[in-house]
Design a binder for this molecule. Structure first.
Ligand SMILES: [Ca+2]
Ligand SMILES: [Ca+2]
Ligand SMILES: [Ca+2]
Ligand SMILES: [Ca+2]
Length: 488
């Protein structure tokens, strides 16, 4: 498995069983279950250094116990959730997006900053911190730059590569062709390889996610592109199995919009992952039917106001009832002052329509909310919410204790598709570190189980590794982790 040449890939008719190790935690107890409720703890977040600058990006990240948010002056603020310690980081370049991963495989998280240049901050926040400039600052203007970085091992040599989504502000699709910076044993190429395929398909990258589209075992990418009407549509980028990337026919997923965010989730709960897209003027749902993606927006989503932009998105089960919710950061195009758009949450009714609101929850109504991250920060088995905001430090909504409904959390390599079977049925989720625009956290997925106290089976389809099954019964209310042999 280690030499990168001798591996078998999973095929949809069975195939290779991945080698690796399962780790089960101790189930959390829930002595006094309550209804779902949140306390707004946003005042805990450190203020931006300059409150008079809008933070157009509003990105958020969770690294260890530290929560990071971008600020209007293109720096980062952070808070340690354990100790309450706060800080600010500034770097020598103006960046548009941040990404994370262990790029030199030393066990420490590295930070990637992309915008007017491309800089890696190795062992970020530790005494070994060291910067490497792959593309000098000032190479690009901010309107013509890298708008998205996906950290993923695209050629299966064990090293995490950098997929760079280019947004050249050009109406010529060829100018927006995305690229890969290759990682060979912890050393990066400074000359990227441009991806190939039909040049008319390349658009102005804004968000992207890595997953195995065609079930052949390698990591592909879906790219969400701004100004699709004028330039190029959203794009499927297929991997040839060795890291060669090619934009291909989107089979209905190549719609044209002002795309800001892409999230994959099984919206109609038929066991196949669907697509949720946020952007200028509205949001979209694309249902996967066999090889095709069908635009189901009109019949499944409530339309939003033209001025209400959907920036970030996360689709996961907040109340642990087994039906996911859509959480989206919505706001105006720009702005420092609060805009009349909420941190949006929608739940699915029995007719399959996602309607705004959830039980008696009241989320902030006046926001310029951007990236959204849903993770269990206070470890009570209920997802907490973090959102960036264009006008102030951001939002931190903490759950007020456990729910009577059960849950399970799974950690596995990014791009893994997990199927969780329990008495109430089967659920399929994407395990990813890129849940939607501008949000990052180590790859995991949270599955609500309703009244089911045990899980019968967990099946993981792991890119490059194959399929692995854990037979139950597995107790609910715990974190289950699978680590492939090749990464131990
Ligand atoms: Ca593939
Ligand atoms: Ca589906
Ligand atoms: Ca739910
Ligand atoms: Ca929580």
């Amino acid at each position: 498995m280690e030499d990168g040449n001798c591996y078998q890939i999973h095929t949809s008719d069975g195939g290779h069983e991945a080698d690796g190790t399962w780790t089960l935690g101790a189930p959390l107890s829930c002595d006094s279950p309550g209804g779902l409720s949140y306390t707004d703890q946003s005042e805990r977040l450190p203020p931006s250094l300059n409150e008079n600058l809008a933070d157009e990006r509003g990105e958020v990240a969770l690294v260890g116990r530290r929560l990071f948010l971008t600020t209007g002056d293109r720096g980062l603020t952070w808070i340690d959730l354990e100790t309450g310690e706060k800080g600010w980081d500034h770097f020598g370049l103006t960046f548009l997006t941040m990404a994370f991963g262990d790029l030199d495989a030393d066990g420490l998280i590295d930070l990637v900053l992309a915008g007017e240049g491309l800089t890696i901050v190795y062992a970020w926040g530790t005494e070994q911190q060291a910067e490497e400039e792959l593309i000098p600052k000032g190479t690009w203007e901010l309107g013509r730059a890298i708008f998205e970085i996906v950290v993923a091992d695209l050629d299966h040599d064990g090293d995490a590569d950098l997929f760079a989504g280019l947004n050249n502000s050009s109406h010529d699709p060829e100018e927006n062709r995305s690229a890969v910076f290759w990682n060979e044993g912890g050393r990066f190429s400074s000359e990227p390889t441009l991806a190939g395929g039909d040049s008319e398909r390349w658009g102005m990258s804004f968000d992207a996610v890595a997953l195995d589209l065609d079930g052949d075992g390698d990591l592909d990418l879906y790219e969400c592109n701004d100004r699709g009407i004028d330039v190029g549509p959203n794009t499927w980028i297929l991997n040839d199995g060795q890291g060669g990337l090619e934009a291909v026919d989107g089979a209905g997923a190549d719609i044209r919009l002002g795309c800001m965010s892409v999230s994959f989730a099984d919206l109609n709960q038929d066991g196949v992952l669907d697509l949720y897209l946020g952007g200028t003027r509205d949001h979209w749902s694309l249902t996967r039917l066999g090889e095709f993606w069908v635009d189901s927006s009109a019949s499944t989503l409530e339309p939003l106001a033209i001025e209400q932009m959907v920036w970030g998105s996360a689709i996961t089960d907040l109340d642990n009832d087994g039906i996911p919710e859509i959480i989206a950061g919505t706001g105006a195009f720009v702005g420092i002052d609060p805009t009349p758009w909420p941190l949006y949450v929608a739940s699915r009714d029995p007719d399959g329509v996602w309607r705004e609101g959830l039980e008696n929850l009241e989320f902030p109504e006046l926001t310029g909310s951007r990236a959204v991250l849903a993770r269990d920060l206070n470890q009570d088995g209920v997802l907490d919410l973090v959102a960036g905001d264009s006008g102030h430090a951001g939002w931190l909504l903490m759950s007020d204790g456990c729910t009577a409904n059960n849950w399970l959390e799974i950690e596995a390599p990014t791009g893994t598709v997990a199927t969780v079977e329990s008495k109430g049925g089967s659920q399929t989720v994407l395990i990813t570190d890129e849940p939607g625009y501008g949000a990052w956290a180590p790859p995991s997925a949270h599955v609500g189980l309703g009244s089911d106290e045990q899980v019968d089976r967990i099946v993981l389809d792991i890119p490059w590794e194959g399929r692995v099954t854990l037979e139950g019964p597995i107790d609910a209310r715990q974190v289950v982790r699978f680590e492939p042999e090749s990464r131990l």
